[in-house]
Design a protein around this ligand. Structure first.
Ligand code: NAI
Length: 328
């Protein structure tokens, strides 16, 4: 029998946590033959609720779930972690300025980065879901100097999946026929879902659709503002779809992208495509053997260039703001 993989999940008692934990425990995160041990981190007030979720996980009798531990202390929660899903974050509340939001989240992601640095396993892989995800990931990464920067990623897979769904509806094809879609930049309203490099059944997606007005006035804003539309309809923010995307992100990272395809992940920039080195920005990424690499050599048209630059500019501003606050 295999040694269980330690998966630490923060914000375990939250909405996304409720959807995510059952999928991890069922084997969908790492594979149907990989036992997992869950390590849940919550704030003290939510530990009881996390215990309730743990009772339900027990009641699901998942054969692959070899244990659950609940903590309100980051150092203990990340001890020995092989995979860390950083979901818990401080949401923006009414009247909160961006600086306040970044500062509150710095107070969460700095100590979590330090705890990962101190105690996580050598093969630790980190996915930040909690918003502002890219910058929270940057803060954690900057406080884990002994962990390779490549192990810190942020989630744009939900945006990627939303873009796949919208494009499949427009083109009248199954999502499985679409390849090489990209989300560039920040997980925010400035993100750029790019179909110019995408393919539908092997042909250019943009040419197949051939509708620039739809692209500009419908597709891009629909994908970028989908989170707000879900809140409007559901009265609560996306949770099961976010959990599903987190499962996809880690599963792809660990198990690899398909030949002839790529995915979208926010990863530490090496300067590719003019994205300043060190920013955690979404790119077209392939994965193999548990490591990612940014797809190289794509030609970027002017329309796409302007949008990528705008979103990356926002990331640079967020980085400068957290620097000014002394968070990195
Ligand atoms: P939620 O409010 O239902 O749950 C968040 C949980 O985190 C709460 O149980 C809270 O007690 C916990 N928490 C807060 N601070 C913590 C800390 N320091 N350590 C451990 N736990 C802590 O929120 P929900 O709906 O589960 O969303 C979580 C985050 O994911 C939010 O920041 C949301 O904006 C973000 N999100 C990101 C998406 C993406 O595509 N990157 C998509 C959807 C949501």
């Amino acid at each position: 029998t295999r040694t269980p993989v330690n998966v630490t999940v923060t914000g375990a008692a939250g909405q996304i946590g409720y959807a995510l934990l059952f999928r991890i425990a069922s084997g969908q995160l790492l594979g149907a033959d990989v036992p997992v041990r869950l390590r849940l981190l919550e704030i003290p007030q939510a530990v009881k609720a996390a215990e309730g979720t743990a009772m339900e996980l027990e009641d699901a009798a998942f054969p692959l779930l070899s244990g659950i531990d609940i903590f309100d202390d980051a150092a203990r929660a990340f001890d020995g972690a092989n995979v860390a899903l950083l979901v818990g974050a401080r949401p923006r509340t009414k009247g909160m300025e961006r600086g306040d939001l970044l500062e509150a989240n710095g107070g969460i992601f700095k100590p979590q980065g330090e705890a990962i640095n101190a105690g996580a396993a050598d093969d630790i892989k980190v996915l930040v879901v909690g918003n502002p995800a890219n910058t929270n990931a940057l803060i954690a990464q900057q406080h884990a100097p002994d962990v390779p920067a490549a192990r810190f990623t942020a989630m744009t897979r939900l945006d990627h999946n939303r873009a796949l769904a919208q494009l499949s509806k427009k083109a009248g094809v199954s999502v499985s026929e679409i390849r090489k879609l990209t989300i560039w930049g920040n997980h925010s309203a400035t993100q750029y879902p790019d179909i110019f490099r995408a393919e539908i059944a092997g042909k250019s997606a943009a040419e197949t659709v051939n509708d620039q007005a739809w692209l500009e006035d419908d597709f891009i804003p629909t994908v970028a503002k989908r989170g707000a539309a879900i809140i409007e309809a559901r009265g609560a923010s996306s949770a099961a779809s976010a959990a599903s995307a987190a499962i996809d992100h880690v599963h792809t990272w660990v198990n690899g992208t398909a030949e002839g395809d790529w995915t979208s992940m926010a990863v530490v920039s090496d300067g590719s495509y003019g994205v300043p080195e060190g920013l955690i920005s979404s790119f077209p990424v392939t994965t193999s053997g548990g490591e990612w690499s940014i797809v190289q050599g794509l030609e970027i048209d002017d329309f796409s260039r302007a949008r990528i630059d705008a979103s990356v500019g926002e990331l640079a501003e967020e980085r400068d703001a957290v620097r000014k606050l002394g968070l990195i």
